[in-house]
Design a protein around this ligand. Structure first.
Ligand SMILES: [Zn+2]
Length: 390
């Protein structure tokens, strides 16, 4: 005889399967029974439950050849909302979106003159309360997603010691906000929230397994998406792409090893190569803008492509993923960089004769917005992690 615990788990799994199927396309109860293999009675129970809890709605009748018109079902998008808080350097983006990432309301909070993290948290709480009061009436708030430069402890909800954010050291932001909000609150580092945004709304949407890379001023991070989920490793430290060593006796790295990729491919490292001769170059976009007419700068773009490419080839040879998405500072207008990386990877990878790896730049719109953080909530919802709801 089945234990009650297993019955509860199966119910949870079936509800999650049904909601994800309806997310893809409007379906009738009969369609769902056919696609899931569950009985009509079981589907009716699940659907009644999901309608009662406001997660799905009936969306009108479908055309049918035999005269009967089944009722199709869809997600109750506009009534299921997610809140996002993106802590960035000098600014914090907060807002409300529906569950598919449509913006309902947003605002920016100036963090350039904060006295301490407590003041920042008080400003976040006040802004969220005001936004919710103005824009939420009968909608259901699924949760609050927060992203911050890492490292963060996602299990205790604490921002640890991000470089360049000295006020945000060892800050228990989740428990502090719990004093004001009773919703589920999720904390992630910004690269993970960006990777999940690509997965849910961007160019990672079509891939079950992909590699997300983030190149910023002083580092190179990455996130492995495997079977539609973030692969974190045993202790949550997987994806340290920047510390893949590419030089046996290379430059020393803060991690204790030598020749780490980020000592060569971070934006500052690549700029160091030409900084003396080109003091006017400040951003990656400056390099790209001038590279068309300057052989040394176009060579610099090829060097960056080579460094990233060497790392990507190693990861692809090791993990056999389906695609690569690159985000961070290097994204701006760098078509040349993208082509160079793609060319290098697809002519060097072990499986080059049997498959080509598509390589994309992530949209930066989400990073500079609350949306990447709000997407943490929808990600949790669709993967069944908000278990009181699904
Ligand atoms: Zn290192």
């Amino acid at each position: 005889m089945r234990k009650p615990k297993n019955a509860r788990y199966m119910k949870h799994l079936n509800r999650r399967t049904v909601v994800n199927m309806i997310r893809e396309e409007s379906l009738s109860r009969a369609d769902l029974a056919r696609k899931t293999g569950l009985t009509r009675a079981a589907i009716t129970n699940i659907i009644d439950d999901l309608i009662d809890s406001g997660i799905i709605v009936e969306a009108g009748t479908q055309e049918s050849s035999n005269g009967r018109k089944p009722m199709s079902l869809k997600l109750n998008n506009s009534k299921l909302v997610c809140i996002g808080v993106s802590i960035r350097y000098g600014v914090c983006f907060v807002g409300i979106s529906d569950i598919e990432g449509k913006v309902i309301a947003q605002r920016d909070i100036d963090f350039s003159n904060l006295a301490d993290a407590d003041e920042g948290i008080a400003l976040i709480a006040a802004s969220l309360s005001a936004l919710m009061e103005d824009h939420i009436s009968d909608e259901r708030v699924l949760g609050i997603g927060i992203s911050s430069p890492g490292p963060v402890d996602i299990y205790t909800g604490r921002i640890l010691n991000p470089p360049n954010l000295p006020l945000w050291r060892n800050v228990p932001i989740v428990s502090s906000l719990k004093n004001s909000f009773d919703q589920t609150i999720i904390l992630e580092k910004d690269s993970v929230s960006s990777a999940l945004t690509s997965k849910n709304y961007g160019c990672g949407k079509d891939y079950k397994n992909f590699f997300y890379i983030e190149v910023v001023s002083d580092g190179v991070g990455s996130v492995i998406i495997m079977n539609h989920e973030v692969y974190r490793g045993n202790n949550g430290f997987a994806g340290e792409f920047g510390h893949l060593s590419i030089e046996l006796d290379g430059r020393p790295c803060i991690c204790g090893n030598r020749g780490c990729l980020e000592r060569y491919a971070s934006f500052n490292a690549i700029l160091d190569i030409v900084r003396e001769d080109y003091p006017q170059l400040q951003t990656w976009q400056d390099i790209i803008d001038n590279a068309q007419n300057d052989q040394r700068l176009s060579e610099l773009v090829r060097t960056e492509a080579r460094y990233l490419g060497i790392g990507i080839v190693s990861v692809m040879n090791l993990l056999d993923l389906d695609a690569v998405v690159i985000g961070g500072d290097v994204v701006t207008k760098s078509r040349m960089l993208l082509d160079e990386i793609s060319q290098y990877v697809n002519s060097t990878m072990l499986t080059r004769n049997s498959k080509q790896i598509p390589i994309y730049f992530a949209s930066q719109d989400h990073y500079y917005s609350f949306l990447s953080s709000a997407s943490l909530v929808s990600e949790r919802f669709f993967s069944g992690g908000l278990s009181d709801l699904l």
